[in-house]
Design a protein around this ligand. Structure first.
Ligand code: PLP
Length: 394
């Protein structure tokens, strides 16, 4: 009998969003007259901006015209788009070669696929609370996982741990769920640590566009030494509303070498074997994000979510709750009041004010006692949820 990948048996049930869906469904069945105010979702509520829609339409028309039709696209991305993304980095002072940029169908896909570059015997360090996919993707590969808890005491930005001498190091900045962003100084410590020990940092920059404080790094490649120890994974999902359209990009510097193997070259080999590229239409839409007009329009959408963040944080302040995030990130991370655990607080908000958030325990055990609000909801839901939070807890 064939042996399946038995590491799948080691996966914990992915109950976080399933449980939330079950609980909200049960509540609505019992109270069909009630409406829910959703601050739980990590999905965007605004549509794609005009510049992207126009480019997508044009690309569809291209596919109808024999003279402009595109078949297979280059596996690592349309060269013109790789150039454009490299220029986008350059405009922020980060020098990249075009061939160091790879296009992808999104950060989730890439975070899973990129693990092909590493031996299954290497360990993976996950700073928690964390985006749940980091742990699961490594459990599937049978890797040893080192959980590095973070908390209020280090502003959810822990220092390098001796345990993680050689391995994969996940850094998500701005962080989902805590909204914490690594300062240059703190990030530099991880870069130096990775270079000293031969580790590789997987830098998840899915929320970089939400950083407004100029002193904070938006790319790990703004820092000295990152070219020899880091891979950066980016996404247009939250930056430009591509959650359902699917597009991301990954930077693997040519200087990233471990045990004589060049990881950029390995990734070219991987992509040319395992993909046939990203859809022409989607790449055209993505390219529009990197135009002046596209940047202006996507920045407007981000400002909308930032306004949602202000509405929620003002309510939390009035209610006297401790929170962080929301300023340089689309997530707000709060402490559950009265020592409640995060699922009890979830039930309490649902029952009392019909507001839905995400229990912190779902992001790792050190997330217990905390709760996440997303700023990606509609303005109407956000305003009503904020009023209800003030009334209930203020
Ligand atoms: N990384 C983090 C930290 C995320 O929160 C998410 C999505 O919520 C992703 C990656 C996945 O993004 P994408 O939609 O590009 O797959």
């Amino acid at each position: 009998m064939i042996t399946p990948n038995m590491h799948y048996a080691d996966l914990q049930n992915s109950y976080l969003f399933y449980n939330i869906a079950q609980k909200t469904k049960a509540y609505l069945t019992e109270h069909p007259d009630r409406r829910l105010y959703r601050l739980g979702i990590g999905d965007v509520s605004l549509p794609l901006c005009d510049a992207v829609i126009k480019a997508l339409h044009e690309a569809v028309e291209d596919q109808a015209d024999p003279a402009r039709f595109h078949g297979y696209m280059p596996e690592c991305g349309d060269p013109a788009l790789r150039t454009r993304i490299a220029a986008h980095y350059r405009s922020r002072g980060v020098m990249l070669e075009d061939e160091e940029v790879f296009v992808s169908s999104g950060a989730s896909d890439e975070l899973g696929d990129i693990l092909d570059l590493f031996d299954c015997k290497s360990s993976a360090l996950v700073i928690e609370p964390a985006y749940p996919a980091y742990v699961d993707a490594n459990v599937m590969a049978g890797r040893k996982i080192i959980h590095l808890p973070s908390g209020k005491e280090n502003a959810f930005l822990p220092e390098p741990s001796e345990e993680a001498r050689v391995g994969i190091i996940y850094i998500c900045s701005p962080n989902n769920p805590t909204g914490a962003v690594f300062t240059r100084e703190k990030l530099q410590k991880w870069i130096d640590f990775a270079n000293e020990n031969g580790s590789v940092i997987l830098f998840d920059a899915a929320y970089e566009a939400f950083i407004e404080d100029e002193a904070l790094p938006r790319s790990i490649f703004e820092l000295q030494g990152a070219r020899t120890c880091a891979i950066e994974i980016c996404s247009l999902s939250k930056t430009a509303g591509f959650t359902g359209t699917r597009f991301g990009y990954t930077v693997i510097p040519k200087d990233l070498v471990r045990k004589g193997m060049n990881l950029n070259e390995m990734w070219v080999r991987n992509r040319t074997t395992k993909t046939n590229g990203i859809s022409y239409i989607i790449q055209k839409g993505a390219a529009a994000v990197f135009t002046e007009e596209g940047q202006r329009q996507t920045a407007e959408n981000i400002r909308f979510y930032k306004e949602n963040a202000k509405i929620i944080t003002r309510a939390l302040e009035e209610a006297g709750l401790w929170y962080c995030g929301g300023k340089n990130a689309p997530y707000i991370w709060l402490e559950c009041p009265g020592g409640m655990d995060s699922w009890t607080f979830f039930d309490f908000l649902l029952e009392e004010i019909q507001v839905v958030g995400t229990p912190g325990e779902g992001f790792g055990s050190c997330g217990e006692g905390y709760f996440r609000f997303s700023t990606f909801g509609s303005r109407a839901d956000t305003l009503e949820a904020a009023e209800r939070i003030k009334r209930l807890l203020g």
